[in-house]
Each structure stands twice: as structure tokens, then as C-alpha cells.
Write a protein that binds this ligand. Sequence first.
Ligand code: CTP
Length: 401
Amino acid sequence: MPTIALGVTGGIGAYKAVEVARGLQKAGHEVVVVMTEAARHFVGPLTFEAITRHPVITDQFEPGANADIAHIQLATDAALLLVAPATANCLGKMANGIADDFLSSLYLATRAPVVVAPAMNTYMWEHVAVRRNLELLRARGVHVVEPGEGFLACGWMGKGRLAEPDAIVAAVLDTLRRGASLAGRRLLVTAGPTFEDIDPVRYVGNRSSGRMGFAVAEEAAARGAEVTVVAGPVSVEPPAGVGLVRVRSAVEMRDAVMARAKGQDAVVMAAAVADYMPERATEKIPKEAGPLTLVLRRTPDILEELGRERAEGRLPGTLLVGFAAETSEVVARAREKRRRKQVDLIVANDVSRSDAGFEVDANAVVLVAEDGEQELGLAPKREIARGIVDRIECMLGRRKE
Ligand code: CTP
């Protein structure tokens, strides 16, 4: 059974981590506990050692600790890192890449999914610094088990109490289940804008950052899928662990996608492909006194071509997902687009909102499929991606039966 690394930090809820360790063991997992120095003021390492039957890691610099292979290996061996309780200090270190003890170093060194269960005083929980750190962690794919409300140890009423051990164990099991849920699946995801050249120095482009497509790719890869990303010109970093093909124009993107579509379990067209392109001048166009008229021709519609290929039997079994950027009648237009392009799912985006969509890290979408609509409210793109991939996974599962 997989090993879970359980980080325990210095909060009054540390005693509940004992119950969490037990719950994980009951579910069949090995648990290795890592305690911060502050945590040891609340619970003794012996308690965890007796329960987990593994030595508790307390100090990065303890003589002998670095010669112990099992100890060093935890970063690669752990199937998941859980931090419960996670103090404001620990979340701050994780969000900012500070690695000054074993637990914060382990967070940077592991590729395993990470779940945190914060616990702190209500005012600390509401502080903008803590909110920002949590936002950063969420955007990076860290799962947050929200604290509960009630009487806090400090005598206050409010939010900040460590979530119940059962809820924390359930979140860990759910995250582990997702971790392998797309194993053996292949996904092709497009991301970013396309640039259509006017001449050697000028182009027509759009404001897509590539974040949404990258988030979908990252989420699918985290669930074990083999992911290829075809990205237009983007400045954000692509996710680790995916194959990357860089293109510039709609025509290049079309060629890259069509060459790789066959054999994919799903193709997700998250790119904002230009609809029109100018005739490219070979020389730089000199400016003149009057206005300049550009004649724009239609680009190939990649999603429509994929839909047609599948309808004609050349892409059997490939799930097709498109995005729709709309400014009004979002769902109605998305429904129409889904039918016209003969695809399974349209992720409809209201781009008239300033708090979501292009160039920001949040989004709010409606998933439009044949059997109905599902709304995913305003959230970081990484969380929206989770909802989209959940839906894709569900549709792929249905297809398999
Ligand atoms: N798309 C594509 N090729 C294009 C244009 C768009 O594959 N040349 C894909 C996008 O990646 C997206 C979907 O089609 O998944 C919807 O794009 P959008 O531009 O919103 O829709 P259109 O069908 O072009 O309709 P309109 O611009 O009229 O809203």
C-alpha cells in the first residue's frame, strides 16, 4: 500500500493528527510522520511512532538522519504529502519556497500530490497574507481541507479549527484515487493564442495567456495521463511532466494537432485560435500617409475539423472538448457551437467578466454537454481544470463501458 507522509506542525490541533494517522492506516496506508519543532510542544513523537510503527522524522540535521536512506527517500516514496494541522507559518513557507526544516524541504522535494489542513486563529485565517499564500498554493494544485467553525482554543468563536479527522482522511483518499484515475490514457491539449503574421515584424494576436490549457494539462498529467501540449506563443511556464510542442500560427497548430490526434483518448482545444489571418508580406510593410487595409482570410477551424474527422470514422473513440469565449447568451451559444462542431463538451467562458478569463488566474465556466450543463463558479484556473478533467474522466469512463 502507498506511503503517506504526514507533516504535523505546531498548532493545538496537532493531537487530532493522531486520529488522522489512524484513519489513514485503517484505509490500508503506511504513514510516516514528520514533525516540526513547534509540533513537538503539543504532541510527543513517541505517540506517532507507536501508532505508525515508523520512526518519526523530527530534525533535518540530526546526526545519522542523512545516512538513513529511507528517511531521504521519503520525497520520492511518498504517494502523497499531507500537512495537518498546517499553521499560518508553515503555509507561508510552502507558498514562498522557504525550506528551513525537514517538512518545508520535503514539500519542495516531492512530486507527490499535496493536501493541507490549515488550523489557526480566526483573524490569522482571515489575514490577507494567509489568504494570498493559500491562493498561491491552490493555484499550484495543493488541495486545501477548509478549517471548521466553532470555539477555538484561544477562546474565540469563528473559522480556523482543524477540520475533523474523518474529513481530512476522506480528502486524502479522494486525492489518491484521482492520482491514478487517468493512467493509460492519452490526452492532447492546446493552449495559448496563435499569432498571425502580417509581415516579418508585425502580427495579429490575442490576449490568451495559455494558463487555462496548461492547468488542464497539468491536472490530467497529475492523474497519470500521458499528456501532449500544443502551445501557441505564451510567456507562462508550461507544466512539468508533459510533452510540449510549440507553434506560432493557426495553420501550424492545425498541422501539429492533426498529426497527433489519432490514438488520443481526448483532444482538448483550450487554445484561443485566431479566426482570421492576413496574407503575410515577405518584406516589412512601409508606412504611408493614408490608412492601411488588411485583408483577413479565415484560418482552418481545428475543432470543427476534428469533429468532422470523427464523424467520418477517422478518429474513433476520441473525446472532443472545445472552449467557447462568449460575451452574452453564454450557454445558448455554447450549445449551438457544440452541435455545429460535433464535439462532446464545450467549456463556456463569459469573457465579459473582468474577474475571470483572459490574462487573470481565475475563471468561471459552464460545462455544456449533450446531457446538460454544469456550472463551475469563480475559482483559480487550477481548480476549474480539476472540474473539467473530472468531467472528461467521467465521459471517458462511460465510453469504455
Ligand atoms: N477553434 C479552433 N480553430 C479555430 C478557431 C477556434 O479549433 N480556427 C476552437 C477553439 O480552440 C475553441 C473553440 O474552437 O475550442 C471555440 O472557439 P471560438 O472562437 O469561441 O468559437 P467560434 O466557433 O470561432 O465562434 P465565434 O468566434 O463566432 O464565437
